[in-house]
Design a protein around this ligand. Sequence first.
Ligand SMILES: [Zn+2]
Ligand SMILES: [Zn+2]
Length: 276
Amino acid sequence: MTLSVASLGSGSRGNAFLVESNDARLLIDAGFSGAQLARRLDLLDVHPESIDLVVVTHEHRDHTSGIGVGARRWGWTLAMNRATRHACDPLLRGEERTRELPPEGLRVGSLEIDPVATCHDAADPVAIVVRHVPSGLRVGIATDLGRATVPVRQALKSCSFLVLEANHDERLLREGPYPWGVKQRIGGSRGHLSNRLAAQLAREVAHSGLGGILLAHLSSECNDPEMAVDRVAEGLMPTRWEGVLASAVQEEPTERFRVDELVGAGRNGPQLSLFD
Ligand SMILES: [Zn+2]
Ligand SMILES: [Zn+2]
């Protein structure tokens, strides 16, 4: 059994995450050009045609700019809720295969895909929890969170691996180059989660069965990967959580994080020590 997660790239200029099991391959968002999607998938040894389903979390271009071309060029099926489908009209020509992502979720092979409503300035934005049915392992993908609502926090608590937004450092945003209105939007309750709030959320949802956290959607102006990881690691200190903490970047894919192995490593540690 395998369950893995990789970022193809993440930030305000494009987001896409690959979730794979033995029998299913999903993309969560496809916010890059066709050429970039092909290049990044190739780096991970994935043929674009082998993607079973592309789940679209919301209509913002950094999550959707490649969905139309991908659907037309590689036959991708796009899954999204009705409001997002409507908001994506300008990106689609009507010939693409789409499928409704209902509130109760849908299933592809061994993977069950559940949407969780988020607070963000889009038509009907969602975070996604992908459950590997045979093992019960769960991957949570939560970016573009203005604030972490109760349903989001609940959903993330049971995850075995998290892709979590750490968008900006609050001071850098305050002092940075954006106009006042943009700063208000980014830092507001329907904008993006700061490092401080990501640290708070990580502390709340971390548990011994959480194998790793991949920080994502980092602002290139008001954050950097090291700062985000440091801040969240600091927040996690009191929990004594020992999983993998890493950060996705805009320009390149990450490695594949093997969720089954990361969780197994934590689980087997104490058992092995019995035989030492
Ligand atoms: Zn957005
Ligand atoms: Zn975004």
